[in-house]
Design a protein around this ligand. Sequence first.
Ligand SMILES: [Zn+2]
Length: 569
Amino acid sequence: MKKILKDTTNNEERKELKEKFQSETISKLYHKGEEDRATSLADKHHLAYVDLSLVPVNSETLNSVSKEVAQKANLAVIYKVGKKYKIAVTDPENYETKKFLKDLKKQDGASYSLVMVSEDSLKKAWANYDKVTVTEKFENQNITLKEEDLTEFEKGITTIIDLKKRISEINTTEIFNIIMAGAIKTKSSDIHIEPNLDYVRLRYRVDGVLQDIVNLPKKVHGTIVSRVKMLSKMKLNVSDSPQDGHFGIDLENTTVNIRSSILPSSFGESIVLRILSDEGTGLKLDELGFNQYYLELLEEQLLKPTGMILVTGPTGSGKTTTLYSFVRRLNQPSIKIITLENPVEYRVEGISQTEVGEDTGMTFADGLRAVVRQDPDVVMVGEVRDAETAEISIQAALTGHMVLSTLHTNNAAGAIPRLLHLKVNPALIAPSINIVIAQRLVRTLCEHCKEEYVPAQETIDKIKSVFKNMPRNNRLEVPSDIKVIYRSSGCSKCNFIGYKGRIGIYEMFALTPHIEKIILGNTSSSDISKAAREEGMISIQEDGILKAIEGKTSLEEVRRVTGEIFVAK
Ligand SMILES: [Zn+2]
């Protein structure tokens, strides 16, 4: 088996592996890693090969066959529609596998197709059984714990597993406290409590991804709803219309603010609680994950006294964190910084923050006009989303201010057509804008359970062709050969998720004379992308793949966030 655990691989083993790789003449079947063996076997049996590290398996699909049966038959159900199964196997000739498939075919209307996976892949799929919570129900609620505060609860919970156990042991009235404590402990950003016909689904959003925690019995739903309504000062007797509110939770040294929202659904009211944490907003420029080329480009732009820096990306892509890091970087006693935000969620010392939006009766444009009269050096405008804000921002950037803002576009090049759409004069774009950045967030692999593995040759080939088409005048270090990539199996340190924390992946370009010429011509966003690549820009996906090769994240995660891996032109 070629699974290489990071901390157990010594130099000799590495050398040995290297030699094996270099020896092209030795049989492919036994010396080029398990993923490759699976591809060869797939060819032999005329089956498709799948790398389950790259294609995540849905846990409900997996559960159409129990773990015991799946392991005995050495397979996993990876896709199922009605009675059509797609089944991953490592050996279609295996006696138990064949026996299972024969029995399956006897079922009324059932049919299946097979795909070939490696043993590692299969084990990874089986590991998902342990994460599944759909069938978990608990009846034992007779144990009454004495009244303890949230901090006490929090101390007892170290992982999601502990949390599940805890929830199943306590009485109805305390469940809400445990839910809150668990979310804070796991650094979740949101709690989703969704009633179904006969249970209540509890999920946490951890590092941007929803995780099933446990299914609660339906009878606790009413108690939780009342508790949230009471804390959030919502109307207790209203259950047929949406309600919003907020409340705080006092921890030992700090208060956590929670924004609550209740929405009627067919099985009762569903609840979403957002935990407002300022974690991440204190990050420094070099902690955001910029590669060396981008970091240098940014440092250079941040030294300029005037002009605009635009950060683009969808909601939840970390734009605000990036803007705050710029603000912190520029924050000095001699510099006046004013921000316009909707809403102001985090306070930064030494700068003046103004809230705009419906509640304040002031738009971004109104606020910006007022702010410019205050003679600031730096203005941070939460978002440019209308023609008026765009125009004033550009004017401010042209008249001696540094303007930091965000735009809602998919890629960096898309910012230019978006500004033109907002009626900005094309001749003013290059003189006013210094740099455009686009970003996404990928989860970082847990350092404790991360492991190297040998991907299939076709995966390596794909990565290599991506690198081959990548601009190289940016002096970024690109490996000439790829032997291993990284994945994780999950451990108690990462709540068995396999990831912990997030890092940005980026693309950016400065408005150079070359790009200005393109903008003034007949502009499409692909022309701008092409010009930006000529200047050295690598795409968000390419930046992500480089981080996957370094082991900061997984290829699977880059794919989840940026889509299918493709070779840029
Ligand atoms: Zn881990």
